[in-house]
Design a protein around this ligand. Structure first.
Ligand code: AMP
Ligand code: ZN
Length: 469
């Protein structure tokens, strides 16, 4: 299996640290708002990478964090007059709902920065002890980039260029830096902001340290894959390497994977530019499977432009696959013979070649675009050969293959039944009845049933409200 490694700028054969196991860390979102579909790209891409490893029989430990202490979270909390924690808790929950809609598997662990401060303090202490970090007069602790000769190896930047570049930009409050390329590990507390105690001063961690600490705690000093969007290469991932390797004395991640941007009108979709759609907004117009399929229709290292036309094309493409799966299901149910005809044997050999083609595409740095082409070829084969008069075994085997190949991409092949408003209202009325009769077990079952149908209930003072998620 070949993976393009940002560190070496080459496709390299994947060799795990430990045979049969993959340790992966994917930088997660800062939780101060609903995630936008740009944030969804790394989630979908690296969930697919994980699924492919699992398909190959690897045991994958997948860690993805939530950054729950940050200026933007604090700002939002101020606007609403609540604690920062209220904001982060709310948007972690909302993010998890979006992930579920996108069929992104929950990580093995989803650590949160605020729960890991002890580990961060410890790592900063180690860095200070080893001379890789220092405390400035105001209590800020900086990483001493000059103490780590390999600084710049991921982003292929040269420390001297960085120093002169940073010298141009004077950041107020950072006068205590020894070197303009040094970066913050810990900053002193400010009035009205959350803070934690540390040997240097009360305050909060800089952004980069959390990932070094969480990766170490949940995966170990050395990991196989570290991933995220390409905007994280510098400075975030460069700084993570410096922190982890300086503190642990070992190479950190073997393979660094970065997805290209999801653009809109050829500009990066981002909160700050205001040119974004949230996953939630898209879910009101499309089944989120369509969004997932759209994201995987391009190679993860190619920029992808979001447009209604391309979403429409993805919807049609996906529909073609789901219809073929439906037809195979009906053919399987209608047919009886378990013995394959010679022609069917030959066709299954053809299908086997398409499976190989699919795998070859995935093994070439997860080329999901080519893998999807192989799925379409399989659909074509199924549409032209499975149907009335085919054997049960034939329809069954083609269906199983189609389901497996789609499953690795995180695409479910069952069509979602369109749920009618009246059906939902009727179930809600039944649940209200059950509650009145104090049959809470039944009421909960109905809530669960609605949730499986993608309907979320909210009990408010004005009664029960519902929405599709
Ligand atoms: P953030 O919440 O900004 O830290 O972003 C969370 C993840 O989404 C990171 O891996 C980012 O690199 C990624 N990301 C943000 N915007 C985009 C975009 N427009 N396209 C692709 N990835 C993005
Ligand atoms: Zn990170």
């Amino acid at each position: 299996m070949k993976i393009f490694n940002t560190l070496t700028r080459r496709k390299e054969e994947f060799v795990p640290l430990e045979s049969g196991k993959v340790k992966m860390y994917v930088c997660g979102p800062t939780v101060y708002n609903f995630i936008h579909i740009g944030n969804a790209r790394p989630m979908i891409v690296f969930d697919t990478v994980r699924r492919y490893f699992e398909y190959k029989g690897y045991e994958v430990s997948y860690v993805s964090n939530f950054t729950d202490v940050d200026d933007k979270i604090i700002q939002k909390a101020r606007e609403e007059g609540v604690e920062a924690e209220v904001i982060s808790r709310r948007f972690i929950e909302e993010c998890k709902k979006d992930m579920e809609g996108l069929n992104v598997k929950p990580a093995t662990v989803h650590p949160q920065a605020t729960q890991e401060i002890g580990g961060m303090v410890e790592m900063i202490q180690t860095l200070i002890r080893l001379g890789h970090a220092y405390k400035a007069e105001d209590g800020t602790v900086y990483f001493r980039t000059a103490s780590f000769p390999e600084y710049g190896k991921l982003s292929h930047k040269n420390l001297e260029d960085l120093q002169s570049g940073f010298r141009e930009i004077k950041v107020t409050g950072e006068e205590g830096k020894e070197d303009p390329a040094d970066f913050v590990l810990w900053k002193p507390k400010k009035e009205g902001e959350p803070y934690w105690e540390a040997p240097w001063c009360c305050g909060r961690p800089g952004w980069h340290i959390e990932c070094s600490v969480m990766a170490k705690k949940y995966l170990g000093d050395q990991i196989d894959i570290h991933a995220g969007g390409e905007d994280l290469i510098f400075p975030h991932h460069e700084n993570e390497i410096a922190q982890s390797e300086a503190a642990n004395g070992k190479p950190f991640a073997r393979y660094w994977m970065h997805n290209a941007f999801l653009n809109i009108d050829n500009r990066k979709m981002s909160k700050s530019l205001g040119n974004f759609f949230t996953v939630r907004e898209i879910s009101e117009k499309y089944d989120l499977q369509v969004l997932r399929f759209f994201m995987l229709s391009a190679h993860y290292r190619s920029p992808l432009n979001f447009s209604a036309d391309l979403m429409e094309a993805s919807r049609n493409g996906l529909e073609r696959i789901l219809t073929a799966a439906d037809r195979l299901r009906s053919a399987k149910a209608a047919a009886s013979g378990e013995t394959l005809t010679d022609k069917e044997e030959a066709n299954l050999a053809e299908a086997g070649k398409l499976k190989e083609k699919y795998e070859a595409a995935m093994e070439d740095d997860f080329n999901t675009a080519d893998a999807i082409s192989a799925v379409f070829e399989l659909v074509k084969l199924a549409n032209s050969t499975a149907g009335e008069g085919c054997s049960r075994a034939y329809a069954g085997q083609l269906l199983e293959l189609l389901e497996t190949l789609c499953g690795v991409l995180g695409i479910r092949t069952e069509k979602k039944e369109e749920v009618l408003d009246e059906e939902i209202e009727a179930l809600i009325a039944q649940r209200q009845q059950a509650r009145k009769a104090r049959d809470f077990a039944l009421a909960d079952r109905i809530r669960g049933q609605l949730s499986d149908m993608g309907i979320l209930l909210e009990d408010t003072r004005e009664g029960v409200k519902w929405k599709r998620v």
